[in-house]
Structure formats: C-alpha cells, structure tokens
Write a protein of this length. Structure first.
Length: 597
C-alpha cells in the first residue's frame, strides 16, 4: 500500500513563482538575488500557514543553485538542487526553536557557522518559531547575527514578532507575510483538485477558503479531510455537513421573513437550526455577518469586499435590492447587542428569539430601499382635512371626513362616492375650527388602520404619501417632554460610565428656541468638545424619541454665567482645590502624582 502524502506537503511550492499570495515578498527576494544585495539576516513574520518556512527554503535553495534561470529560479537539475530536493544538502540547516530554545543549542549553532561551505556559495541557517528562544539564547545569538561570515545567511521565521527582542529585530530585514485571500486559496485548491482528479464545486471551495481564515496549509488539510469524507466528488452540501457550517439559505430565508415581519416563520426556522445542533450564538453572529454582506452589496465600490462564490454573490445582490440600508443597520445593532449579552443570558434561546421578534417588529418603522411602500397604520385624527367650515346648508354630496362624536357613536353621513360607488364615513358632530390645520406629519399608531377605517377610500384629500411619511416626521413637543428625553439619555450615559458627559448635561436644561431648534449651554470648552463629539448620537436619539426628524441642536459656551466657574475636567478640579488648599500642590509634588485627562 502506497504511503499517503498530505496535500500540504505534496503540493508545497518549490519555486518563487509557485508561492501563493505573496508576490511583493517573492519579487523583492528575486531582485535582491539578481543584484547580489542579499542581507545577512532575514525575519519572516506573519500568520500561520502563509508560506514563511516554504519561502525560506526556496530562498536557500535558489541562492546556492549553480544554474539560476533568467527568472531567478532554481534549476532543479544541478547537484546543489538535487541535494536539497533529496534532503541531504550540507549547506542548509534547519533548527526548530520551539524544542531547541536553550542557550546551549544556539552556541552549538554558532560553532557551526565558523566552517565554510564545502560546496555552493552560502551556508543558510533557517530558525523556525524563533520567538520561542530564551532570553539567554537571544543574547548568545546577537554578536553572530550582527557580524556573521560573508558566506552565512540567517533566516528567522515566527508568527509572533512582538516576542522577539528589539536588538534581534534591528539586525534583520523584516518581511511581513499577509493572510492569503479567499480567491487565491480557491484557485490553489482548484489546481490541487484537478491534479488529483477530484471534482469540487466552487461554492464548496469558497467555504473551505473562508474556514481556513487566510492559511493555505489549513485549507489543504480541510480539503484532504473532505476528500476522505466525500470521495472524488466534493459538493457544497458535503462541505457544510462535514464542517458543521450553517447553510447560506437559512440566512436568506430568515432575512426574507424578517423583512416581511413574519414572526412565526422566523421562530420555526430558528428552531430548525437549533435542532440540527447549531449554537444560537454562532447563528446570531452569522446573521450579523449576513446583514453586513447585504450592506456591502448595495454599492458597487464595496462589492469586492464580499468574499463568496459568484452564485452566492448574485443571491446577495438580489436580496440587497429589497432591503433598506437604515433597516439593515438597525438589525445589525440588534444582532450586535444580542451577541455581547448572550453569555450573560439565563435563557439563551429566549434571548435570541426576543431579538428576532424585535427585528420583525422594527420593520414597519424603517424605510425600505427602492421606494417600496408598506402599510402604515395611522390614528383617525391624523388624517382630518376640512378645507372650509362644515354646516348643514352645504351640498349634501360634498366629500367630508369626520370622527366619532362626544358620545363615542359614529353616525354615517356624507357621501364619499367615486365613480358612482357610495361609501359611508363617520359624521362630524364635534365642533370644528374655522381654519383647521393638518399636522405636519401623521403620528404612527398600530391599533387603527387607515385601510380598515376608510374601507378602501381613495379620495385625494385622504391619501398619504407613505414614502414621505416614513422618512420625515415633525411631531410637536414641549419643554417638559424634551427634558424627560434628555434625562433618559443621561441615564443611558451613566450606565456606560461616561460621567464627564453626564456631569455636563445635568448642569443645565436644553432650551427650545424655535419649535425644532434646540440650544444647550455648557460651562467650558472641554465640555463643548465632548458634547459636539456626542452630538450626532444624541441628536439621533432625540429625533427618534420625540418623533421629529427636523430637530437641530446647537452647543454653546455660557457667557457671564456664575456657573461657568464650576470645574469640569480633572485638571480644573485640581486647580480649584489647590486654590482653596495650597498644600494640594505639595502633595502632588511629593508623591509624583499625575492628573488623568
């Protein structure tokens, strides 16, 4: 029986041109070889499985090749290349610093450096996982690394550059290897599949590439695992079944149900997901990623950020057309909140179900893309339009709208006919002002539907532009209501521990200067800066809570106000205390204290 060789070893790159996803590094090394400007020490750093050790071996092989090609690649024919390929080259030494990290191991390595190469130009020392060396080993290595013989080259490889002492870093040329893109991994996996005679679906290869998280070696290991599971045909369903990954279709289906406000379907789908053994936390994180991908699809400039197969990308594009940007952002906010509260929840399933129900309910309050109109239910009082005073002498066929009288009984009166059809409407028995004014924007109320109350009446005076009302709201509010919402926002800041903003907002009350224009006065420039940074979120909160999208807010510094002397920042507070008790300055100096800003 022939021994099996894993794909990560069998298809390991042997030339610079076959290194996947690191063109900048390979081109730099080839140019250095061409111009004979090789450094004495290299440091290859980056995530796992991106080609650090492989590139180090290719570099060592190429610089010792006796017949380097015009493309600066090893010939794989000469004696030095053959020795390297067969694993018995005397010019290349590899040391695993994870298991040989003592000072004695490094001293033994340094002793070998004194001997010149018997064949070839260079002796190359590759030290893998170099960050595992002890402090004494690093110090024993310093002098040799700084002034090695002309024939000695050191290549250090590590995944954790921050653990290497600065004196080592300063003696090396540092090459940062990047994570390999999904597209590059898919291309390489397709090449491996074709070489092995395996039929693999592109959608499945994309899932493998995403699961590998930028590591080519990991993707090849997963590919071998799936070939063992599925045989010579690897399908998308085989991949998600073996890797225990939730199918894209679930997210598309849940999003459609959320958009339609279909709570039962959403809960049934979530139950189906749990019954298949998937974790609720992974589901809500995956759903948040799905919403993010839908946002990415809404603009051609961000479309390249979507790392999925062409088939799935088309599904995202189609669904993104029917989903509004603001709606997706609100759902992302709910999903994010559910994510960080999940671990603390006693009933985690109920926690996710409540989040999904909130997402469904929030649809009616969010505008949709492409001007899609949704049914908006309004209180009957918000649609009264009476162009002139109504009296008993008016033409009985005139169109009139009304409300129930003081006794609460609705009486059919005026004819709301159109094209010969007659519709009865409630009679207006209460007094109506001479110059009635329609509110600037209807107030949403879900208990009464415009379609139910008017029985399908399409009179122009009663029509409401649903698209416009879903965007602009201008409900009136008074000072008491404003102060109430202001206090509510202060409480929110207190829970977040932002006490400097809380102190500034509690000192004064916001003032309504012109119906929708708000002014708030602060004591210091520091408070003004903090509130201006918070202004966007505060303004959005007030607009939502007061149901008025036209509100503006101006932050100003108080002038000739006794409260302006109140200390605000820590430095101001200390200065005030020092004026009262000069011993504070001595205390600060004696204990070398610093004031936090």
């Amino acid at each position: 029986m022939e021994n099996f060789v894993v794909s990560a070893r069998k298809y390991r790159p042997v030339t610079f041109s076959t290194v996947v996803g690191q063109p900048n590094i390979t081109n730099t090394l080839k140019n250095a070889i061409r111009s004979n400007h090789l450094a004495q020490a290299f440091l290859f750093t980056g995530p796992r499985g991106v080609g650090k050790t492989t590139t180090a071996r290719i570099l060592a092989k190429t610089i010792n090749c006796q017949n380097i090609t015009e493309e600066i690649e090893a010939c794989n024919v000469c004696e030095m290349c053959q020795a390297f390929n067969e694993g018995h080259s005397l010019n290349i030494y590899e040391l695993d610093a994870a298991s040989n990290n003592s000072v004695d191991d490094i001293r033994a390595l340094v002793d070998q450096v004194r001997y010149t190469p018997q064949m070839g130009k260079y002796k190359v020392y590759i030290i893998d996982e170099v960050h595992m060396l002890s402090a004494s080993a690093f110090n024993a290595f310093l002098k040799t690394l700084e002034e090695p013989p002309s024939y000695a080259i050191f290549i250090l490889a590590t995944t954790e550059k921050h653990k290497i002492i600065p004196t080592i870093l300063s003696r090396c040329q540092i090459f940062d290897f990047s994570r390999i893109s999904v597209e590059n991994i898919v291309t390489h996996l397709q090449h491996v599949a074709n070489s092995e005679g395996i039929i693999a679906e592109e959608d499945g290869l994309h899932i493998i590439a995403q699961k590998a998280d930028g590591a080519l070696r990991d993707s090849l290991s997963i590919f071998d695992q799936l070939v063992s599971f599925a045989g010579n045909t690897v399908t998308y369903k085989d991949v998600i079944a073996n890797l225990n990954i939730l199918d894209y279709d679930y997210y598309f289906r849940v999003t459609d149900d959320l958009h339609a406000g279909n709570i039962p379907n959403v809960l049934v789908t979530f139950n189906d997901i749990l019954s298949k053994g998937f974790d609720g936390h992974n589901f809500i994180n995956g759903l948040a990623s799905h919403f993010r991908d839908l946002l990415v699809c809404k603009d051609a400039a961000t479309l390249p950020l979507l790392e999925v197969s062409p088939n799935v990308k088309e599904k995202y594009r189609v669904q993104s057309v029917t989903c509004g940007g603001e709606w997706l952002l609100s759902l992302l906010e709910l999903a994010g909140k559910a994510d960080y509260q999940y671990r603390a929840a006693k009933n985690q399933r109920l926690h996710i179900e409540l989040t999904l129900m909130k997402m469904c309910v929030g649809i009616s309050a969010s505008p949709s893309a492409e001007g899609i109109k949704k049914k908006i239910e309004l209180p009957i009082n918000s649609i009264i339009q009476t162009p002139s005073p109504v009296n008993s002498n008016d033409n009985p066929s005139a169109q009139t709208t009304g409300v129930s009288n003081e006794t609460g009984v609705k009486e059919p009166v005026a004819d709301l006919s159109k094209n010969g059809e007659t519709t009865t409407a409630p009679k207006v028995s209460a007094s109506i002002p001479q110059n009635p004014v329609r509110p600037a924007s209807p107030i949403y109320k879900k208990s009464i539907s415009i379609n139910e109350k008017l029985n399908g009446n399409k009179d122009k005076n009663l029509s409401v532009d649903l698209e416009e009302t879903a965007v602009e709201i201008a409900t009136q509010f008074d000072q008491n209501l404003l102060e109430n919402k202001w206090s509510k926002y202060i409480y929110k800041l207190e829970t977040l521990g932002r006490m400097s903003l809380v102190a500034a907002m509690k000192k004064r009350k916001p003032i309504i200067t012109n119906e929708i224009e708000l002014t708030f006065t602060v004591d210091t420039a520091a408070a003004e800066k903090d509130l201006n940074q918070e202004k966007l979120e505060l303004l959005g909160f007030l607009r939502k809570e007061l149901s008025n999208t036209k509100i503006t807010l101006t932050i100003a510094i108080g002038i000739n106000d006794s409260s302006a002397d109140v200390p605000y920042t820590p430095s101001e507070k200390f200065k005030k205390l020092a004026e009262i008790n000069p011993a504070m300055n001595e205390l600060k100096s004696q204990f070398d204290l610093e004031i936090e800003y």
